[in-house]
Design a protein around this ligand. Structure first.
Ligand SMILES: [Zn+2]
Ligand SMILES: [Zn+2]
Length: 236
C-alpha cells in the first residue's frame, strides 16, 4: 500500500479539507477545536493527541526492536503515519533509535528508563530550533542520547565531553549540507555521524546500511533534491 500522511488515524479513510474552520471533537481527548480537516467519517485528532501518539509509537517501537542499525530503525518509525514529514518528534526519534541500537549492540543500559528520559528531554526541545537557535534538534537528540547512555551531567568530565562532542559532530555534518531544514535528512545525518562517534570514542559498534535512501522526497516541498546525499538519484 502506498504510504500517505493524509489518512485518518482512526479508520484509515482519506482526510478532507473544509474551506472554513469547523468545531471538531478530537477522537482521542474529546476536547473541541477549530479545524479545517477531518476524515470522510468525521474523525478528527487534535495536534496534541497526534504528537502524543507519535511519541508513544517511537517508544513502543524502540522497546521492541532488536536491531543494531539506527538508520533502518529510524526509517521504520518514519513509515508510521503518526510521524510527520517534519516535526519535533524527530528530536525524540533520533536519540531513541541510538539508545535502543546501543543496548542491542551490547551497551549496558536500562532501556525503558533511558527511553523515558529521551522522551522527556527530546520533548522539551522546540521545533524550528535548527533555524532559530542554530542547533538542529536531530543533532541535539544524539547529544541527549549519549548524555543519557553515559550518565552525563553538567558536572561530569568524560561523558560531558562525549555529549557535547557528538552534538558538535552532527551539527557540523548537518550544516555542511545546507538548508532548508529537512527532518529526514538531518535525522539520517545525525544517526550516521553519531554511529561514527560511538565507534571512535566509545568503542560501540552499531550497524549502518551501505546506502541511506530517502523515501520521503515527494512529501517534502523544500527538498534540496540533487544536493541531498540520501536522494535515490544520487545512489549508485
Ligand atoms: Zn476516520
Ligand atoms: Zn485530542
Amino acid at each position: 500500500m502506498a504510504r500517505t500522511q493524509e489518512a485518518c488515524l482512526v479508520c484509515g479513510q482519506p482526510l478532507e479539507y473544509f474551506e472554513t474552520e469547523r468545531e471538531m471533537v478530537c477522537a482521542f481527548c474529546k476536547k473541541t477545536f477549530p479545524s479545517r480537516a477531518s476524515c470522510r467519517e468525521g474523525h478528527y485528532i487534535c495536534d496534541t493527541c497526534h504528537a502524543q501518539q507519535g511519541v508513544a509509537a517511537i517508544l513502543d517501537y524502540c522497546q521492541g526492536s532488536t536491531s543494531q542499525n539506527p538508520i533502518t530503525m529510524a526509517q521504520e518509525m518514519m513509515d508510521n503515519p503518526l510521524i510527520y514529514m517534519h516535526g519535533p518528534e524527530h528530536h525524540i526519534l533520533v536519540g531513541a533509535a541510538l539508545l535502543a541500537a546501543c543496548r542491542n549492540a551490547g551497551m549496558e543500559l536500562d532501556l525503558d528508563a533511558a527511553l523515558n528520559e529521551m522522551k522527556a528531554r527530546g520533548g522539551a526541545y522546540p521545533g524550528g530550533s535548527c533555524g532559530f537557535w542554530g542547533a538542529c534538534g536531530a543533532a541535539v537528540s544524539a547529544g541527549m542520547a549519549l548524555s543519557i547512555a553515559t550518565g552525563a551531567t553538567p558536572l561530569t568530565g568524560q561523558s560531558w565531553a562525549w555529549a557535547n562532542g557528538v552534538t558538535a559532530a552532527c551539527l557540523q555534518e548537518i550544516s555542511a549540507l545546507g538548508g532548508p531544514r529537512c527532518c529526514k535528512r538531518n535525522s539520517f545525518t545525525a544517526l550516521r555521524t553519531a554511529a561514527g562517534f560511538l565507534r571512535e570514542h566509545l568503542g560501540v559498534e552499531l550497524e549502518l546500511p551501505e546506502q541511506t535512501v530517502c523515501r520521503w522526497l515527494a512529501e517534502n516541498k523544500e527538498c534540496i533534491g540533487g544536493a541531498c546525499p540520501y536522494n535515490p538519484a544520487n545512489q549508485r
